[in-house]
Design a protein around this ligand. Structure first.
Ligand SMILES: Cc1cc2nc3c(=O)[nH]c(=O)nc-3n(C[C@H](O)[C@H](O)[C@H](O)COP(=O)(O)OP(=O)(O)OC[C@H]3O[C@@H](n4cnc5c(N)ncnc54)[C@H](O)[C@@H]3O)c2cc1C
Length: 241
């Protein structure tokens, strides 16, 4: 595991682009950043002129050594921090960052097991780091992603995931609106969907699930009922219901 820096570091916003109408990729240059493993996260601290501080955790979409880290933030309409990061932070602005954090929800190229990734909404962010690490290592371990999202417009990194299709297959699942001509109707992931679209227990995959608390709990319960060993399932909860 890549260990965290000793304290808060200053990151300067170097690159930014929209991912969807409500989400944005933001890349910081962070001098003394120690690098990070795929799946780790970072704490972001904002301080207002009157000294009020707010801290939120964000998964890191990038992985490996270097002083640049990419985050992907979904704006919650009533949120305190995410609207600022998506709408207001400008190139050259700085935030404080602490990390990388988390040693359990990580994937390293020397892990031998096949990997099943299951994302709900912005929960895809740590999996972008994992698919990038898998591709840059030229890794031959099977890895596949099941990405559940509300509508086609809500997809993060769709082009990049399509480009990786030869090494990491992505299965898209829509809960509210499906693309024209889509063979499945919209709806929440069911145990049947998981049975059809994910690696079966016989292949002894390591399964990672990330998304809202409700999503993670529903999916992990369903996987256990399908015969997956609880200790072969790793979860990360982003909050919410
Ligand atoms: C380890 C970790 C990694 C995370 N990585 C990401 C990431 O890569 N991208 C990202 O966009 N977010 C991520 N989050 C969520 C993030 O930390 C914040 O919770 C989110 O940005 C909302 O913060 P806010 O200040 O805008 O909203 P707040 O002011 O904190 O909350 C506003 C309202 O939204 C609810 N809420 C909080 N979080 C969520 C949520 N995730 N879904 C639905 N409702 C919620 C709260 O209960 C509250 O009612 C991660 C969380 C964790 C714990």
């Amino acid at each position: 595991m890549t260990s965290p820096s000793a304290g808060w570091l200053t990151g300067s916003l170097t690159r930014a682009h929209p991912l969807t109408t409500s989400a944005r990729s933001i890349t910081f240059t962070v001098p003394s950043w120690p690098g990070n493993d795929a799946g780790q996260h970072v704490d972001v601290r904002l301080t207002s002129p009157d000294g009020y501080q707010a801290v939120r955790s964000y998964s890191i979409a990038s992985a490996g050594p270097g002083e640049m880290i990419e985050l992907a933030i979904d704006r919650l309409p009533d949120g305190e921090v995410s609207p600022f990061l998506v709408n207001d932070l400008e190139l050259g602005d700085t935030v404080e960052l602490r990390g990388p954090l988390g040693g359990w929800f990580v994937w390293r190229p020397d892990q031998p097991q096949p990997v099943q990734l299951i994302a709900g909404g912005s929960g895809v962010v740590p999996f972008i780091a994992m698919t990038r690490a898998h591709a840059s290592a030229g890794n031959s371990v099977p890895m596949q992603l099941l990405y559940s999202l509300r509508t086609p417009e809500d997809a993060f990194f769709r082009d990049e995931l399509s480009q990786l299709a030869a090494t990491v297959r992505t299965t898209w699942h829509y809960t509210s609106i499906v693309p024209p001509g889509w063979s499945r109707s919209a709806g929440r992931l069911t145990a049947k969907d998981l049975q059809r679209e994910t690696l079966p227990p016989e292949k002894t995959p390591l399964t990672y699930i990330c998304g809202s608390t409700g999503f993670v709990e529903t999916v992990s319960r369903a996987l256990t009922s399908l015969g997956h060993a609880p200790d072969a399932i790793r979860t990360e909860r982003f909050g919410g219901t």
